[in-house]
Design a protein around this ligand. Structure first.
Ligand code: L34
Length: 298
């Protein structure tokens, strides 16, 4: 049976470490500040933004949460961002995605000052990541690298297969994994919805990163013995017997994959909590100014 990669516990450890570093920075006169914007009433987004603000409070990061109705105009969103870009108390800016359909997501992300872009979604930070320059690494991919690093799972020379090509997970994790660094240096294959014979690729993976957004897509048949599986999927499945009326499942069918895997992240309690821990890490990096001078994984 696989080793469980406990993201919830690891995130707790990271918050404890951050608490000390934040206190140190505060004693030098800088309080890290994060501004969060939530537009609309997506129930999952509400949960995530609440968790992010709570995590900030726990480690001593100052945070502002602005909630706006779904009808908010793009102009209003851009005005808020412009205000935060100019506010010296705010080191990090996060616009929770998805945005309502009438708002141009790319225009919003482009408006965020790259030096405050703790999500790492601005093209400048994406470009820095691809070129191997210091910058902000998106939180979910950073959380995945941190899990592998802290569990001493080397990716050097291994075959990493990434399922999914989104801007927030697939593209950045694939680009991190091939970088020449002790915490990457893998051979990377990216699979997506047009991939033919998906199982041929997933079965040759040493490390399998699944960010497909399809509940329980990957079953035991898709993997080989000894694979390390990172399940990025968070899907709400209706379940009348569950207290909230739904339960969370990943993109991986845990019950059939875990017996074959060497290690696997659970859902919940895997990548999700690490995403938030890395947001805190990025906010601290923004406040110290090291984000653009020190590479995150070296
Ligand atoms: N701008 N938008 C922006 N930045 C992000 O980094 C995100 N993401 C994704 C959605 N939109 C975003 C998140 O924050 C996904 N995501 C996220 C954050 C936290 C958790 C899951 C996804 C999380 O805490 N998951 C818990 C379960 C939470 C629950 O009960 O629903 C877990 O244990 O997996």
């Amino acid at each position: 049976m696989a080793e469980i990669l406990d993201g919830k516990q690891l995130a707790r450890t990271i918050r404890t470490e951050l608490k000390e570093k934040v206190a140190e920075l505060k004693s030098s006169g800088i309080t890290p500040g994060l501004a969060l914007l939530l537009v609309g009433d997506n129930p999952a987004s509400q949960v995530y933004v609440r968790s992010k603000a709570k995590a900030c409070a726990e480690v001593g990061i100052f945070s502002i949460v602005e909630k706006r109705p779904a009808e908010t105009t793009q102009e209003e969103v851009l005005e808020l961002i412009a205000r935060w870009n100019a506010d010296p108390r705010i080191h990090g800016i996060l616009v929770q995605l998805p945005l309502p359909a009438h708002i141009d997501e790319q225009a919003v992300l482009l408006a965020i000052d790259p030096r405050k872009d703790v999500d790492g979604f601005h093209p400048e930070n994406m470009g820095r990541l691809v070129e191997g320059l210091p910058g902000f690494v998106p939180c979910t991919p950073a959380g995945i690298i941190e899990i592998l690093r802290r569990y001493n799972i080397s990716t050097v020379g291994k075959h990493a297969v990434v399922l999914g090509r989104s801007n927030i997970v697939g593209k950045p994790i694939a680009n991190l994994l091939y970088q020449k660094s002790a915490y990457a240096n893998a051979t990377v294959t990216i699979c997506h919805t047009a991939t033919q014979d998906l199982a041929q690729y997933t079965r040759s993976a040493d490390i399998l990163i699944v960010a497909a957004g399809r509940p329980q897509l990957i079953t035991g048949d898709y993997v080989r013995e000894g694979v390390v599986v990172i399940d990025v999927g968070i899907n709400r499945i209706e379940d009348p017997s569950a207290p909230k009326g739904y339960r969370l499942v990943g993109d991986v069918d845990f019950d059939s994959v875990a017996p074959k895997a060497a290690a696997i992240t659970p859902v919940p309690g895997g990548v999700g909590p690490m995403t938030i821990a890395m947001l805190l890490t990025n906010t601290l990096r923004a406040a110290t100014g090291e984000a653009f001078s020190v590479r995150q994984f070296d």
